[in-house]
Design a binder for this molecule. Structure first.
Ligand SMILES: [Zn+2]
Length: 176
């Protein structure tokens, strides 16, 4: 885009061949973004809603390579990658697929910043499952960094967020 145009001029820059389609695109875009940002209609309690009691459980549980698609709140550009959620339960566990939904449906489907999304997933596991400890690792490519700006399409970002007793230490602590 040249300096003569702003983002608001984009519709008028549309190719003449598909101008007739643009009207229909409004509804199409509306449906797409309603789905992309559907996480605002969900909270952790809605998906971490089936639990099993496990008193005295000292091991940890991990669900890895959970793929997610999200949107950068800075640039309104997609970022996407994988997450691994590991937690040590204190008294209850949840279904493995529930952690997948927590990442993909509740948190990724919002305008996000990877660092804060990673923290919020961890805090939800601590709060809703009353976990002993949690570790969340996300690794993502940001189109705001790959396709513009620095323009490096190889670069990825990894964020690690831990809360509570460090993973792997729960059994040691229980026996000490
Ligand atoms: Zn960005």
């Amino acid at each position: 885009m040249s300096n003569e145009h702003t983002v608001m001029d984009l519709p008028s820059l549309q190719r003449p061949e598909i101008v007739a389609e643009v009207e229909r695109s409004r509804a199409r875009i509306d449906r797409a973004f309603t789905e992309i940002f559907s996480g605002y209609d969900l909270k952790a309690e809605d998906v971490l809603n089936e639990v099993v009691s496990v008193e005295g459980y000292t091991g940890h549980i991990a669900v890895g390579d959970i793929s997610f698609y999200s949107y950068c709140g800075h640039h309104f550009a997609p970022f996407f990658g994988t997450a691994t959620v590991t937690y040590t339960p204190r008294r209850i566990i949840t279904g493995l697929g529930k952690l997948v939904r927590l990442v993909r449906d509740v948190h990724a489907k919002r305008l996000q910043i990877q660092e804060l999304m990673t923290r919020d997933i961890a805090n939800d596991v601590m709060r809703v499952l009353d976990a002993e400890g949690v570790r969340v690792v996300t690794r993502a490519k940001h189109l705001c960094m790959c396709s513009r700006g620095p323009g490096d399409d190889n670069a990825w970002a990894e964020v690690v967020y831990e809360a509570g007793t460090p993973i792997g230490d729960a059994g040691n602590q229980a026996s000490s």
